[in-house]
Write a new protein. Structure first.
Length: 434
């Protein structure tokens, strides 16, 4: 007895409404008339495109018929621009036709008397692949399932009505896109936007938190220096950085420090930030670049909630400047939060502030003198701390000073000789101690 192996072939055609339909007579009672459309889950859908779906049907075969458990079914999308176009399955597809191979798998198999009954389900069918005259056709489709002998593919001729008139046909179903989804907008998937951020829920990983499309609908934090206040040896510089104008703060290698009294860091994004830091850079211009020299110091910044400000401060003095690569003159100190860009933000370009400074060796009024060190009592706080540095800026000692007389005695008893730098909270002097 000759063995026969069967393949199922599925065609889907787009038909203009004025094309008539006539069902072919089945040669074998192998396909059950009811063909189900199963809508794919929303996670596979895309807003504004036809619903993606599966086709499922039952096939009946006499028991003992050779059968391969994984068949391949072909479906073709035939879009008729003219009513008299035909389609030869063996030839190349003419203009206006769409053809695609789709796999079918067997879900179930049961025995009913002398017949084996199989439930067949297609792979995902995506009608948005169809594009006819730059527009998705919303007319009527026809699904045709037909049996073919394995290893012998006959010519399948499709007439002007979209029917095969050669080959062994045995299952035809006519449908519109609405049959796939009876409660949709003409078969088109229309998603919702629960958080109103312009990203549809189907594509939104944070459906109830407004975010950006670039971040899949999820919010991001966003650092911004809302205000920066600074004091230095510049007596007529306004503390608010935005009000500095053409002035420059003054920093001495051996003298008063630059005091960044307040940095108001705003998180204007929709999500809390992770802890980070502010790093500082010595720059010859007002733009942060790879050649700029980082200071060793940094400022820790803890978590900032959405639309909240965190206040931090930092002192930069002469000891923070390296002796090499940081020349005196008109230069810039640039502060940057999240310096290594570890935190993904809405806007990475607003993470810096720039302080114009004049970097000098020491105050011009602090000259080396060959007289004994002496200060007027009225110029010193009581009690106060006195720090002593050598001429190279290296820290030597600190003293707690009660009054002028006490200060002079302590310095003498310490045995300090030569040029030293004496620093208090109010003044810094370079003097010759005898």
């Amino acid at each position: 007895m000759e063995k026969r192996v069967y393949l199922f072939v599925l065609f889907i055609y787009f038909l203009k409404p004025n094309i008539l339909f006539s069902q072919s007579s089945p040669s074998y009672g192998i396909i059950k008339e009811s063909v189900k459309f199963i809508k794919a889950p929303n996670s596979l859908q895309k807003h504004g495109t036809p619903y993606k779906f599966y086709i499922e049907f039952e096939s009946f075969r006499p028991s003992g018929t050779p059968y391969r458990p994984y068949n391949f079914l072909y479906y073709g999308m035939s879009i008729y621009e003219k009513n008299d176009i035909g389609y030869d399955f063996r030839g190349s597809a003419p203009s206006g036709f769409y053809n695609k191979v789709i796999g079918f798998s067997v879900k179930e198999a049961e025995k009913r008397g002398s017949l084996d009954v199989y439930t067949e389900r297609s792979g995902l069918i995506d009608l948005s692949d169809i594009n006819f005259n730059n527009k998705f056709p919303t007319g009527e489709y026809k699904l045709t399932v037909f049996i073919m002998l394995s290893n012998h593919i006959p010519a399948i001729q499709i007439n002007s009505e979209g029917d095969p008139y050669a080959g062994l046909t045995n299952g035809v179903k006519r449908f519109t896109i609405n049959d796939i989804c009876t409660d949709c907008n003409n078969g088109i998937f229309i998603d919702t936007d629960s958080d109103g951020d312009g990203v549809y829920d189907n594509e939104d990983e944070c459906r109830y938190e407004a975010g950006s499309k670039s971040n899949n609908g999820c919010p991001k934090p966003d650092f911004k220096f809302e205000e920066v206040f600074i004091t230095s040896a510049c007596g007529d510089c306004k503390p608010r950085l935005k009000d500095l104008g053409s002035k420059r703060h003054i920093v001495y290698r051996y003298g008063l420090e630059l005091n960044i009294n307040e940095m108001l860091v705003l998180n204007s994004g929709g999500k809390s930030t992770k802890p980070t830091e502010i790093k500082y850079y010595y720059s010859l211009n007002n733009s942060l670049g790879v050649s700029d020299i980082p200071f060793a110091i940094s400022t820790s910044v803890s978590t900032i909630n959405s639309n909240t400000i965190r206040k931090v401060s930092q002192i930069i003095d002469g000891n923070d400047f390296k002796t090499e690569g940081m020349p005196y003159g008109n230069v810039y100190i640039i502060g940057k939060i999240d310096p290594d860009n570890k935190i993904e933000e809405v806007d990475e370009s607003n993470n810096t502030f720039v302080i114009p400074i004049t970097f000098k060796e020491s105050p011009t009024s602090s000259k080396i003198s060959s007289v004994n060190y002496n200060l007027k009592e009225s110029s010193i706080e009581k009690p106060y701390k006195l720090d002593v540095y050598d001429i190279n800026g290296n820290y030597k000692k600190s003293f707690l000073i009660e009054n002028k007389s006490n200060e002079n005695n302590i310095i003498k008893e310490a045995g300090l000789r030569g040029i030293h730098i004496l620093k208090t909270t109010r003044t810094t002097k370079k003097v010759l101690l005898k």
